[in-house]
Write a protein that binds this ligand. Sequence first.
Ligand SMILES: Cc1cc2nc3c(=O)[nH]c(=O)nc-3n(C[C@H](O)[C@H](O)[C@H](O)COP(=O)(O)OP(=O)(O)OC[C@H]3O[C@@H](n4cnc5c(N)ncnc54)[C@H](O)[C@@H]3O)c2cc1C
Length: 289
Amino acid sequence: MVTSNFEYFAPTSVDEATSLLSKYRGEAKVLAGGHSLIPMMKLRLAEPGILVDIGQIEGLSYVREEEDGVAIGSMTTYREMATSSVIQSNYPLLADASARVADLQVRNRGTIGGSLAHSDPAGDIPAVVLAIGGSVVARTRRSTREINIDRFQVDLLTTALRDNEIITEIKLPRLASGTGTAYTKFHQPASHYAITGVAAVITTSGRTCTDARIAVTGAGDKATRARRTERILKGKEITPAVIRRAASRAAAEIGDALNEDIHASAEYRDHLTQVYAGYAIEQAVAAAG
Ligand SMILES: Cc1cc2nc3c(=O)[nH]c(=O)nc-3n(C[C@H](O)[C@H](O)[C@H](O)COP(=O)(O)OP(=O)(O)OC[C@H]3O[C@@H](n4cnc5c(N)ncnc54)[C@H](O)[C@@H]3O)c2cc1C
C-alpha cells in the first residue's frame, strides 16, 4: 500500500497548473481531493511521475448564481454542495446526492471536479450532472473549452478530458418552472458507492410530462442516460402504469454491459435499476407538483 515515487507540485494559479500539465504531458496527474487518486496510487493502479496539486489555487471553490443557471467551481466539495442554499433550492437532487456520498471525511475533501474527471462507474455526481444537463469547463495553458455533459463520460474511468486539461468549472442550466428532481440509490453499506443510483429531472404541465432527463449510475461502465425511459415519459399523462413501463426500460441502454461483481449480479442490478428508477420518477413528479 505504498505509492511509487512521484514529484509533487503545488501551483497557486490555474496558469501555473496548466503549464505544468503541458510540460509533463502524459506523466502528470491533477490531484484534487485525493479520495480516488491516492487509493489508486497506493494500489499501484495509477503511477503518475508528477502530481499537480490544485488545492492551493484560490478561486476554484464557489457556487455562483448566474443569469441562466449556476456555476460551480471544480474544487467545491461534496459538503459545500450539500449545505449550499443555492444548490438546495435550484438542484435539490445535487444537494441530496452530495450529502449521501461516503462519509463526512470523504465529503469534506472530495470535489465535484474530481468526481467528474474520475468517472467512477459507481459515482453519484456524474449521473446527477448528466440528468441536470449542462457542461464542464476545461482549460489548458492556451485555451478554454466547454464540454457538453452528454459527451463528457466516455467509458469506464474515461472522459473526454485531455491530459493537459484542468476542469475549472461546472455550468448547470436553470431548470424550467414545473420541474421536479430526485436522486435515489441503493448503496454499498460500507463505502456508500451506488450499486445502482438513478437521477431524475422531470418537467410537468398539469399531469403531463413535457420533458425528462433520467441518468443511471452503478449499473454499467459509466453514468448513462436512460433515453428509452425518457421517451416513454415525454408527452404522456403520468399514471402509475406509465411510471412502471418507463422504469422497466431504465437499464435498457446498458444492455449486456450490466456490471456484475461481489456486491450484485447483473440480473439483480437490472432489477434494482428498474425499482430505483420507479422511485426516482415518482419522487421527481411529486416534487414537480
Ligand atoms: C471510502 C470512500 C468512499 C467513497 N464513497 C463514494 C460514494 O459513495 N459515492 C461517490 O460518488 N464517490 C465515493 N468515493 C469517491 C470520492 O467521491 C472521490 O472523492 C471522488 O471520486 C474524486 O474526487 P477527488 O476530488 O477526491 O479527486 P482525486 O482523487 O484528487 O482525483 C480523481 C481523478 O480526477 C482527476 N482530477 C481531479 N480533479 C480534477 C480537475 N479539476 N481537472 C482535471 N482532472 C481532475 C485526477 O487527476 C484523478 O485522475 C469514495 C471514496 C472513498 C475513499
